[in-house]
Design a binder for this molecule. Sequence first.
Ligand code: PLP
Length: 414
Amino acid sequence: MTEKDIIKFDTADPLAAHRRQFELPADMIYLNGNSLGPLSTASKHRVREVIESQWGNDLISSWNKHQWIDLPLTVGEKIAPLIGAAPGQVLCCDSVSVNLFKLLAAALTNRKSEHAVILSQQDNFPSDLYIAEGLINLLREHGIGAELRLVDAESLEDAIAQSPDILLLTHVNFRTGALHNMQRLTALAHDHDMQVIWDLSHSAGAMELALDDCQVDYAVGCGYKFLNGGPGAPAFLYVALRHQANLEHPLQGWMGHRQPFEFKPDYVPDEGINQLQAGTPGILSMSALDAALSCFEGTTAAQLREKSLALSEIFLSRIEGDSTCKALTLVSPREARLRGAQLSFSHSDAYPISKALIEAGVVVDFRAPNLLRLGFSPLFLSFNEVAKGASILKQIVSEGLFRNERFSVRAKVT
Ligand SMILES: *Cc1c(COP(=O)(O)O)cnc(C)c1O
């Protein structure tokens, strides 16, 4: 791949113009949009407007005047097309962890037997496992038999054949970027009378998703990764229409009540997806996410997917076959269609390499114990940047530039 080829890719890129919607520092190659998406100009302006004009001038009247009260639903409806959901099934609220608790609890009310079994993957995102474990402990304390069964990816299909109650999976593995076949696993789980919860944290905003077509039961996903909602942006959840009528979940807060401003002592859930709200939404951060979602206008999920995979292939083509990079081992699937929008490499010095890259302006992250992780966000990265990032990594590894003490000091967040 020559420099000319790279220029051709950028010239032909239908998403190239979207870069200007983001406020990335000059000379920074940001390969970490999978962890924290960058600031969009739209979010910056919106948050300023919400603070100065809405909160500042209109104060409490803004709940009606600026439709703050409807934001969880309106933002949910903007996320819906990105995940293949028809209207009325997506809500923006809380964190992924809290939403998962609500949905797991709701799904467990439909369990088949006295002993509830949640099946998940050993290397799922830890917070998802902690939440499932916490819920199971709570059930057990109340004398209800419950179990979290963890298997590796290879054993999933055999474990599904044992017909547990719930299948809880993350679509794209946060460490390796390995992508599950949602259609196949959901259908298989349904054959065994299970309900399925997908975590879309590393998929939404980076690829085609078809929750309705796959007949997924429930899903959760993250607002601050590929959706660029900002640090701690609220998450989203999906409940298929067919499950909404008989839903029960334990975090019954007033915002999920049918008539919150009647202030009645008894809880009556709202109809539809809104019953999954708990407390008052964080309007500042939800507004930032709402505005960031406008950056997806004029794009298709197929374009996003195609570009992110092409970016990662360019990166790989620069590293592969280079004898000086032999110590970097690709742990992501080599076949593009089997991975999400990231590449991970193992290396015994992955941490100092990540720090040296960041100092050189190539922002990546490190995942313990030995992974270097790079995200290929299709909305704002250029092919030229990605090729340059690969060259800088090559130089840092081949010249041992990471072998300086200052690169080994562990920060609290990696
Ligand atoms: C990022 C991420 C989360 C984040 O959870 P929060 O509770 O919103 O912090 C959850 N699950 C997965 C798979 C993630 O990648």
